[in-house]
Write a protein that binds this ligand. Structure first.
Ligand code: NAD
Length: 294
């Protein structure tokens, strides 16, 4: 069993910590929010007073932070890389831009550490049930060291290639998820306005060619999909502002690859409008409010 420093105890980090403890690991945790730290302490983790304290004297450091700027701040300068003992393996599970993931990996390598980027899919439900998919980027040696730890939190642990390619895979997935959420909202609102009940639309499309994971599990219309946050006043789940962040990452990635993503661009604009309308902290399925504001 390993000693693990875990930094970032939000919607995702907190259940991931719980599963690592359940698997028998010892956890030292840090977050900017004292409340979040106390919550993990109740699950059996030790509280650290700083990033440096969480990163020293441990076998692994795992981070689950909102954006690239947070990852830069936590790893660089006086952060994880300068505080860790030799042999510590670093795993960043946040969804961030490809450039920051690669720069952090290089900084860790130059200092002699193994590191991977390992963004996840599966949401809070997957984090709770330890069924996350991890999309990993980095050298194979680092991946092989990290894999047994990731197995305590997830089911599918995939090596996608070199540093940053876990992020590339995740950004492609989330661009598609954002497009699918918007597309599901368009179809459901149009069908209901033309006289078909939402139940019929859901049942037929869920077994037809228009179906998607988002349509089936997080349908933007309430009362049709048992697991959808739409049934619970759009309580997240996956916040719309984080989806907008990922869609923006997709547009920056498309530009750097000189590839065209017209549907990604439309979804980005729609989520931008949703956030401007005050739904940033609501679940992604609230995208229906752009199509049908009432
Ligand atoms: P969150 O906002 O709930 O949690 C992030 C936590 O990081 C917060 O508790 C915050 O206080 C902490 N934090 C920020 N900066 C810090 C710092 N410098 N030092 C210590 N702690 C710091 O976000 P989340 O929903 O847990 O998402 C985290 C990441 O996972 C994001 O990149 C998101 O895109 C990705 N993700 C989320 C989901 C989801 O369903 N929520 C699914 C897949 C991927």
């Amino acid at each position: 069993m390993s000693i693990i420093g875990f930094i970032g105890l939000g919607n995702m980090g907190s259940p991931m910590v719980r599963n690592l403890i359940k698997a028998g690991h010892s956890l030292k945790v840090f977050d900017l929010s004292e409340e979040a730290i106390n919550f993990s302490v109740q699950s059996g983790a030790l509280a650290a007073k700083s990033v440096r304290e969480a990163a020293s004297g441990v076998d692994f450091v795992i981070t689950m932070l909102p954006v690239g700027a947070n990852v830069k701040e936590v790893y660089m300068n006086d952060g994880v890389i300068s505080a860790a003992d030799s042999g510590t393996v670093m795993i960043d599970t946040s969804t961030i831009d490809i450039e920051t993931a690669q720069a952090t990996y290089m900084a860790a390598k130059v200092a002699g550490f193994d590191m991977i980027d390992a963004p996840v899919s599966g949401g809070v439900t997957g984090a709770d049930a330890a069924t996350l998919t991890f999309m990993c980027g980095g050298d194979k040696k680092s991946f092989d060291k990290a894999k047994p730890i990731l197995a305590s939190m997830g089911k599918n642990i995939v090596h996608c290639g070199n540093a940053g390619l876990g992020q590339v895979t995740k950004i492609c997935n989330n661009m598609l998820a954002g497009i699918n959420a918007l597309a599901a909202a368009e179809a459901m609102v149009m069908g209901e306005r033309l006289g078909v009940s939402r139940e019929t639309l859901y049942n037929v499309i869920s077994t037809s060619t228009g179906r998607s994971y988002i349509f089936e599990t997080s349908n933007p219309m309430s009362g049709v999909s048992a697991t959808s946050p739409a049934n619970n006043d759009f309580k997240p789940g996956f916040m719309a502002k984080l989806m907008l962040k990922d869609l923006r990452l997709s547009q920056a990635a498309a530009q750097s690859a000189s590839t065209s993503t017209p549907l990604g661009a439309v979804a980005t604009a729609a989520f931008q409008q949703l956030i401007e309308n005050g739904f940033g902290d609501a679940d992604t399925s609230s995208i229906i409010k752009v199509i049908d504001p009432k």
